[in-house]
Ligand binder design. Structure first.
Ligand SMILES: NC(=O)c1ccc[n+]([C@@H]2O[C@H](COP(=O)([O-])OP(=O)(O)OC[C@H]3O[C@@H](n4cnc5c(N)ncnc54)[C@H](OP(=O)(O)O)[C@@H]3O)[C@@H](O)[C@H]2O)c1
Length: 220
């Protein structure tokens, strides 16, 4: 049985990923924020030190998106976003990839965003973090593929979660739905299905990619 660590599994996309991986037969570690607070370097180190068994699959899902235009953005918005969305995922990979390399098996999926490929007003810190996450995914993929540790990213478009409801009014969500070729937002399970494939033994050759799952929005 493979062991998977999923961050951000309390709700939204992460909860759907944890549920899908459990259904696929994995033992899923889904630490709460009390057990693993990505904003705190000491919490990340303490959590890693507490792991009793090697992890085969890592999904870096947890993330924040503080919306602010250039004139209003605070330094803290940028540093917090980079810490949670980029640096903590990097540290988890740096630690866990050693075990994966030694065992010649691993699957790592970073949850990026469409705003790491294109962007939107008010998403400066978020786009910075997700674009860097995509670059990190490519670099790590090159280093780790020889050890059968396959690293990829999934970049969702608009998904119906708390994060989307927090940053868009119901009227905006309705308008966005009409702009997406598939005419609706994604359900978290639709992102989880793609992630589960990338995490599985069926994925043997997809390496270093950022897969956009956006109902065709980026094709317009
Ligand atoms: N929703 C979208 O449309 C969309 C689109 C593109 C990409 N994404 C990406 O998908 C991922 C999940 O998004 P979502 O919409 O499912 O978000 P969400 O509903 O807001 O859930 C965020 C998750 O991240 C966790 N989290 C936040 N800060 C944390 C911290 N400091 N330490 C540990 N965990 C923390 C939350 O834990 P708590 O429950 O403890 O707060 C929660 O489990 C994010 O990386 C996001 O950028 C989302």
């Amino acid at each position: 049985m493979r062991t998977a660590l999923v961050t951000g599994a309390s709700r939204g996309i992460g909860a759907a990923i944890a549920s899908k991986l459990t259904d696929s037969g994995c033992k899923v570690l889904a630490p709460s924020r009390v057990e693993l607070d990505l904003a705190s370097e000491s919490s990340v180190e303490a959590y890693l030190a507490s792991l009793e068994k090697p992890v085969d699959i890592l999904v870096n899902d947890a993330g924040i998106n503080r919306v602010a235009m250039l004139e209003n953005i605070q330094g803290r918005d940028i540093s917090d976003t980079l810490q949670i969305n980029l640096l903590a995922p990097f540290r988890l990979i740096q630690f866990l990839a050693q075990q994966m390399k030694a065992r010649n098996y691993g699957r790592i999926v970073n949850i990026s965003s469409l705003w790491g490929v294109v962007s939107r007003g008010g998403r400066i810190s978020y786009s910075m973090s997700k674009t860097a996450l995509n670059g990190m995914t490519r670099s790590l993929a090159v280093e780790l593929a020889p050890y059968n540790v396959l690293v990829n990213a999934v970049a969702p478009g608009y998904v119906m979660t708390d994060l989307t409801r927090q940053n868009n009014t119901p009227a905006e969500i309705e308008k966005i739905s009409q702009q997406i070729p598939i005419q609706r937002l994604a359900r978290p399970q639709e992102i989880a299905d793609v992630v589960a494939f990338l995490c599985s033994e069926q994925n043997t050759y997809l390496v270093g990619q950022t897969i956009i799952v956006d109902g065709g929005y980026s094709c317009l």
